[in-house]
Write a protein that binds this ligand. Structure first.
Ligand code: SDX
Length: 433
């Protein structure tokens, strides 16, 4: 076939060769189609952590780790952060286009129609201990949503898939706020649909029935930015989990619950909470060098939380945007020199001069600063990853929907390299010595 680009793989032992086709992308790395390797040469590829493996073709988000580029459906994150809002970004990620005026009001109405949760969910929440971590509550509650919506679980129906996606985007803020209210013993608030998506969430979190509550515009804008920046990020661990769960035909609520569980890990979405805990442990700038040395010590499990990224090897464009927002917010809230932020900036300065971090391209990622913003907004520490989950829900459901729209709908099932015991026969207990 003309212009067909291939890479020939030759087995130096047998002399056998196979041609692997090169599949170009719109941006970034082309990929090598290695699907014929096992049958033609008898080899699997080996790539623990999938650092060099493309699991799918996707049209949603593109990252260039060397250049610090992040595009949602082709739009640079810097432009979306400056001009857009979270719900518009949700439409963009879900449907691939920025909504025209008429569609925008229709989409808003769709989301508003689903912001309330079934009253049974509130009884469900009451089953948790008051000091339960809200991420543990969120995993259980979102997974249980499928037991409330039997009517729209036929994933072969595009309308059912879309409604499940809309429901989760609309309900995550309400569920998250309910988890918070339950943990502090305050009565649940209900959504007020005349408010914007972020304002509504803040009022469900912080309003009490006895007092009027108007969220500060500064807080709304800072949280809006946070949520735009966290909405999607290619095939990260939690999104890959959602796609893998979706490939088995599991219902969308179960798939997103699996994504929430994966996001909770401190190496992933749990890092924003871990960053604050680390900054509190450091507590004194004079202690920073000792922690930096610990992070470099292979025998010490301590890592500098908020540093490093599987893809970004120069800078995380989200960290750049959020670092400035930190400064602006702390000034606006007159939070002065918030000690944690001072320590964060000093730690950043020291780490970025240390050759261990420089030669490993370990730069502050988005989580390094997001915790500072959330702290300044009065969001409790154990809700940080919950905020990340609210935002990333649109990315998860967009990828879940994309899985069904593509032609690559096979169940995900990686191979392995077996290094266990060689075949052996059963030994009876009496013969085991
Ligand atoms: C998110 O995938 C995504 O897109 C994720 C995310 C998203 O939006 O979905 O961007 C969100 O998860 C951001 C990352 C948040 N996690 C953290 O901040 C936790 C701290 N970071 C590390 O756990 C780590 O950097 C990872 C998990 C983020 C990336 O790990 P990699 O790419 O597998 O890198 P690695 O573990 O192979 O490390 C390479 C080297 C190792 O040293 P050597 O073996 O070469 O001697 O760098 C070292 C590591 O020990 N290293 C660190 C370090 N991160 C890596 N050393 C000290 N502190 C760190 N934070």
């Amino acid at each position: 076939m003309k212009n067909r680009k291939v890479v020939t793989v030759t087995d130096s032992t047998s002399g056998e060769s196979v041609e692997c086709e090169v599949l170009e992308g719109v941006h970034g790395h082309a990929v090598l189609d290695i699907r014929s390797l096992p049958s033609k040469l008898g080899y699997f590829t080996y790539d623990p952590g999938f650092a060099s493996t493309a699991s799918c073709s996707s049209t949603i988000t593109y990252i260039d780790g060397q250049e610090g580029v992040l595009l949602y459906r082709g739009y640079p994150i810097e432009q979306l952060a400056q001009h857009s809002n979270f719900l518009e970004v949700c439409h963009l990620l879900l449907y691939g286009e920025l909504p025209a005026k008429a569609r925008w009001s229709e989409f808003n109405a769709e989301i508003r129609r689903h912001t309330m949760v079934h009253e049974g969910i509130r009884r469900f929440i009451a089953g948790y201990q008051h000091d339960a971590h809200p991420m543990g509550m969120l995993v259980g509650i979102v997974g249980a949503l499928s037991t409330f919506y039997h009517d729209t679980l036929d994933i072969s129906e595009p309308e059912h898939r879309e409604l499940a996606a809309i429901r989760m985007i609309a309900k995550l803020p309400s569920i998250a706020a309910d988890c918070y209210k339950y943990s502090i013993g305050q009565p649940f608030m209900y959504p007020i649909n005349s408010l914007g998506y972020v304002e509504n969430f803040l009022q469900m979190m912080f309003a009490v029935r006895a007092e009027p509550y108007i969220p500060s515009p500064v807080a709304v804008r800072a949280l809006e930015l946070m949520m735009i920046l966290h909405a999607d990020h290619e095939q990260n661990a939690s999104t890959s989990t959602v796609r893998l769960a979706g490939s088995s035909g599991a219902n969308p609520y179960a798939c997103v619950a699996a994504g929430i569980a994966t996001l909770w890990g401190p190496a992933h979405g749990g890092a924003n909470e871990a960053v604050i805990n680390m900054l509190r442990d450091i507590s004194d700038p004079a202690e920073i060098p000792r922690y930096v040395e610990r992070a470099k010590d292979r025998n010490d499990p301590f890592r500098l939380m908020g540093f490093g990224h599987r893809v970004y090897k120069n800078f995380d464009p989200r960290a750049t945007l959020i670092r400035q927002a930190c400064h602006d917010l702390l000034q606006d809230l007159d939070a002065g020199n918030q000690p944690l932020f001072e320590i964060a900036l000093r730690l950043e300065e020291i780490a970025l001069q240390d050759e261990y971090f420089v030669e490993r391209n370990l730069y502050p990622n988005v989580d390094f600063y997001s915790g500072i913003i959330l702290s300044a907004l009065g969001i409790p520490l154990n809700m940080f990853t919950v905020i990340f989950a609210i935002s990333r829900t649109v990315g998860w459901v967009a990828h879940w929907m994309e899985f069904f729209s593509g032609e690559e709908q096979r169940i995900g099932r990686p191979q392995q390299r077996y290094v266990g015991a060689a075949r052996r026969d059963y030994v009876r207990m009496t013969d085991r010595g």
